[in-house]
Design a protein around this ligand. Structure first.
Ligand SMILES: [Ca+2]
Length: 199
């Protein structure tokens, strides 16, 4: 029996979103992150709360005056209308697709801006199955309580915070040139092969 290996595709070795944590509150200025001082960074697979969303750096209601930005890509598993949500204290925003590349408060899919206790806001968008969309999420804590939860509902599906199979730093086969923050480091592309027997 002879085995051959069939190339099925390639995928970035790192699934998830990249979080970067900054000192200070962004006061709803979406460009603030471009010049702010970062303190921590890493890759996470969910933002079930600010603890998981920062890889354990922050705890819920644990600090004042900090901000976090998440960057990556979102893979739509099915076609149709998707709902995205943030629930945060204080401000948060979520952008998908081209708006994630040139964000403003007015083009956010989810605008949960302002200083407030835990508050849910949502937005819906039509997505195509197996397409990868640039994703940007910003959150900041001004004072008092602090937390941020991000979740979504696929068409006909259940609400979830679990980014497994949804979040990736780099879509397969892409050099991510349109969103340089996400560029896959050299050597992180892995190719997926399947052994097939010839008889
Ligand atoms: Ca607060």
């Amino acid at each position: 029996m002879i085995f051959i290996f069939v190339l099925l595709g390639s995928a970035c070795a790192q699934d998830g979103l990249r979080f970067t944590r900054y000192s200070g509150y962004f006061w709803n200025d979406v460009n603030w992150f471009n010049t702010a001082t970062s303190t921590h960074s890493g890759v996470v697979k969910s933002i079930a709360d600010i603890h998981t969303g920062t890889g354990g750096v922050q705890s819920v209601n644990g600090a004042d005056y900090y901000s976090v930005q998440w960057l990556g890509f979102f893979r739509a598993t099915v076609s149709g209308t998707w709902w995205f949500y943030t629930n945060s204290d204080d401000a948060s925003y979520l952008w998908l697709s081209s708006n994630a590349l040139s964000p403003s408060t007015s083009n956010a899919l989810v605008n949960n801006g302002g200083e407030h206790p835990m508050q849910e806001r949502s937005g819906s968008v039509s997505l195509t199955a197996n397409a990868y969309y640039p994703l940007r999420i910003q959150f900041g804590e001004a004072g008092g309580g602090d937390n941020c939860v991000v979740y979504w509902t696929p068409p006909g599906g259940a609400q979830t915070t679990d980014g497994t199979n949804y979040f990736t730093l780099c879509p397969p086969g892409s050099t991510c040139s349109s969103l340089t923050e996400h560029a896959c480091p050299t050597g992180t592309i892995k190719k997926i092969y399947r052994a097939r027997a010839l008889v």
